[in-house]
Design a protein around this ligand. Structure first.
Ligand code: ATP
Length: 382
């Protein structure tokens, strides 16, 4: 196993906009790092540069203590696990796992020892004679990983391995990959466009936008302290609400009314004028069912649509963004592939809420959890 260090990595195709722009990420030995971002953000290109399938325009790619920029893929000792698992349909599980060893000219004894060891770890030992067609999706994934294990690769690299599966299987496979990665303790880099996958799998998550690293942090840190508007909007479902906010002392004026924020937050944004407030849907409550909430952080608004999901109720409240922040929010929507952030507030309430469509509701905001962003730079000021 080995650490992977990406230092100021740039990739330019032709003379266009860089697909990967000065990205530095260090993946510790045994760590599970996710590369995530919308289509075209450069995550696959970055992964392909780690494996050696793509030339690096500038920067250093270091695996263990070796700079690998000029090494061919097979000299890097990494194992790529593909979306379709790339198994040979006519070979048994045993021979599929044995394949790289046979290719390297290993003796029958060595092949047998390694295949049996790996298949025991992967709980495939009872299926060694089966063909891939007779395996579940999860078992196929494990065979693909078995092949990587017997090679004693320094790291696993996954490129959207679950994107062809239905939602239920995807959930199961996620748990499986996470469990195996922990058990094997092997350095892993995993590419996905799905923020749920990123949040549930990784020790740390690297969020990319248009080739630029936006934030590299643990899932919890990304969720609780997003560094900018893009990360805030990308991580979390339903997404964070963004509202125009005028700050005066500890008072924040929102389209629905004013709320108080803690003094330490207020200090950080003193004199900044019009900002964008970010509030997650779950940071609201139905003030009529929650007692002892301060009135200073409660507003009244007309609810347009209510969705009752059993354990949760979503209430949608329309608003209009003023022209000063309209353009920034429009750009953010484009960056996030069209999520509508400008025109409605999404409030996630407890399933017991009796809130009704078309009626006025009393909504309480947990303003301690409110983020305030600079509308020009997108930076999270709080
Ligand atoms: P997706 O999830 O859609 O695969 P991605 O985040 O993995 O997207 P990349 O495939 O890394 O993105 O592409 C990053 C950028 O580089 C995109 O703008 C893409 O059009 C461009 N690009 C990728 N491969 C090439 C190529 N061979 N020649 C020219 N441009 C390329």
């Amino acid at each position: 196993m080995a650490a992977i260090t990406m230092k100021n990595i740039v990739k330019k195709y032709g003379d266009g906009f860089p697909a990967v722009n000065d990205v530095s990420i260090d993946v510790a030995d045994g760590e599970f790092v996710i590369l995530v971002g919308p289509s075209g953000c450069g995550k696959s290109t970055l992964l392909r540069m780690i494996v050696g399938l793509e030339d690096i325009t500038s920067g250093d790619m270091v695996i263990g203590d070796k700079r690998v920029n000029d090494l061919a893929p097979r000299e890097r000792n990494l194992a790529m696990v593909f979306q379709n698992y790339a198994l040979y349909p006519h070979l048994s599980v045993y021979e599929n796992i044995a394949f790289p060893l046979r290719l390297a000219g290993a003796s029958n004894d060595e092949v047998d020892k390694k295949v049996r060891e790996a298949s025991k770890t992967l709980e495939l030992d009872e299926h060694l004679e089966r063909k891939p067609a007779n395996l579940s999706g999860g078992q196929r994934q494990r065979v693909a990983m078995g092949r990587a294990i017997v090679r004693e690769a320094d790291a696993f690299l996954f490129d959207e391995p679950l994107s062809n599966l239905d939602a239920k299987l995807r959930g199961q496979m996620r748990t499986e990959i996470s469990r195996l990665q922990k058990k094997l303790g092997i350095t892993t880099v995993y590419v996905t466009h799905d923020q749920t996958e990123a949040m549930t799998l990784g020790d740390r998550v690297a969020v990319l936008k248009r080739g630029v690293l936006q934030q590299l942090a643990s899932p919890r840190e990304l969720y609780d302290n997003p560094g900018n508007l893009f990360v805030a909007g990308f991580i979390g479902s339903p997404p964070m609400n963004f509202l125009p906010a005028e700050v005066d002392g500890t008072t924040v004026k929102l389209p629905f009314g004013s709320v108080q924020i803690p003094a330490d937050k207020a200090e950080k944004v003193a004199g900044k004028g019009l900002l964008i407030a970010g509030i997650r849907p779950e940071n609201f409550e139905d003030a009529s069912v929650i007692e002892a909430k301060d009135e200073a952080s409660t507003f009244t608004a007309k609810v347009e649509v209510v969705e009752w999901l059993g354990n949760e109720t979503y209430a949608y409240i329309p608003f209009e963004a003023p022209p000063e922040v309209e353009e920034q929010l429009r750009q953010l929507e484009r960056d996030l592939d069209g999520e509508s952030l400008r025109t409605q507030l999404v409030v996630a309430l407890d399933g017991t809420s009796r809130i009704k469509e078309g009626e006025e509701a009393q909504i309480w905001i947990d303003s301690r959890k409110m983020h305030l962003f600079d509308p020009a730079t997108g930076e999270n000021l709080t």
